[in-house]
Design a protein around this ligand. Structure first.
Ligand code: NDP
Length: 295
């Protein structure tokens, strides 16, 4: 048996097209343009690429993109002053501070300072708390993307056994909460979990968000299960001099057992920015008192 490949690239493109339609509708109905502000401190090359991609995709769906690039030596007070200005700016409906911040800056204090209504990364404790108590919330983008991908395979996740490997605030925890909201039965595993392979084999849905290359092996996967691989790990260059990106799941092994698998790259990673656009649109509609968008 060979699993089907969950094509994150195509699913993300469809999602962006739906966002673009809704942005057009909001512009007509609400007479304003939803706007996303992205803040980058320092010159981390990977972060610079992410920020460029976010700006390009924001503009491509018809939203306004505001980029704030600050020097590596920016102080905490300067960064917090910028957040306060963006919180007060009526043209800005979403604020994202690209993480990680350079050493010496307190990320949590910055996240705490973002207006929860504009917190499109869903990391502010108000949104995390609302999600944990089952209230409507802006939720982190990667877990949102994971749910959308799983739902392309299963019309409903209700009653399915799901395992989430990883419990970070960015991925594992909010993903587990979103799965609970979908009425899945959720196991959260982490570095202290005993006999992870056996737990994994009970799952209809496996979400791997660990950051360990190809940790989840084929014999951990129940035949026919759906495997969503969040991991992005760059392996050191091989004999051919090329480095390779791999997920947290041994892809070829998983393909031989599972029902459906996300590739790396081309899976979850594609969904993260698309979901950021969804969150910005949702935030804009909520702030302006418009009905929630149909996406
Ligand atoms: P973190 O390092 O914050 O969290 C990793 C989690 O994995 C922790 O909860 C840790 O457990 C758990 N873990 C570590 N080792 C093991 C082990 N041997 N067995 C079981 N659990 C283990 O990572 P993130 O959540 O931020 O990211 C996870 C992966 O997802 C990374 O590869 C990252 O690059 C990728 N990622 C991809 C995104 C995308 O857009 N596709 C976006 C964000 C992340 P404990 O809590 O006990 O330490």
């Amino acid at each position: 048996m060979t699993a089907s490949i969950i094509d994150g690239k195509q699913i993300a493109a469809q999602l962006r097209a739906r966002v673009a339609d809704e942005v057009e509708r909001v512009k007509r109905a609400g007479g304003f343009t939803p706007g996303l502000a992205v803040v980058l401190v320092g010159h981390d090359p990977a972060s610079e690429v992410y920020v460029r991609t976010k700006a390009k995709q924001t503009e491509a769906v018809g939203m306004a993109s505001f980029q704030h690039k600050l020097a590596a030596g920016t102080s905490q007070a300067e960064l917090l002053a910028l957040i306060a200005r963006l919180n007060a700016d009526p043209a800005v409906h979403g604020i994202l501070v690209q993480l990680p911040l350079p050493a010496g800056l307190d990320s949590q204090a910055v996240i705490d300072a973002i207006d929860p209504a504009k917190d499109v990364d869903g990391l502010n404790p108000v949104n995390a708390g609302r999600l944990a108590t089952g209230l409507p919330a802006l939720t982190p983008c990667t877990p949102l993307g994971c749910i959308i991908l799983a739902k392309t395979v299963h019309a409903s996740l209700e009653g399915l056994n799901a395992i989430v490997i990883g419990r970070s605030n960015l991925v594992g925890r909010p993903l587990a909460q979103l799965l609970l909201n979908e009425n899945a039965t959720v196991t959260i595993a982490h570095s202290r979990t005993r006999d992870l392979a056996a737990l994994c084999r009970q799952a209809d849905l496996v979400f791997a968000a660990v950051g360990r290359p190809e940790m989840v092996r084929g014999d951990w996967i129940r035949p026919g299960a759906t495997v969503i691989d969040v991991g992005i790990n760059r392996l050191p260059p091989g004999p051919d001099g090329n480095s390779r990106l791999v997920g947290d799941v041994a892809y070829d092994e998983a393909m031989a057992v599972a029902g459906a698998v996300t590739p790396v790259p081309g899976g979850v990673g594609q969904m993260t920015v698309a979901c950021l656009l969804v969150n910005t649109l949702r935030a804009a509609c909520a702030i302006r008192g418009l009905p929630a968008p149909g996406v």
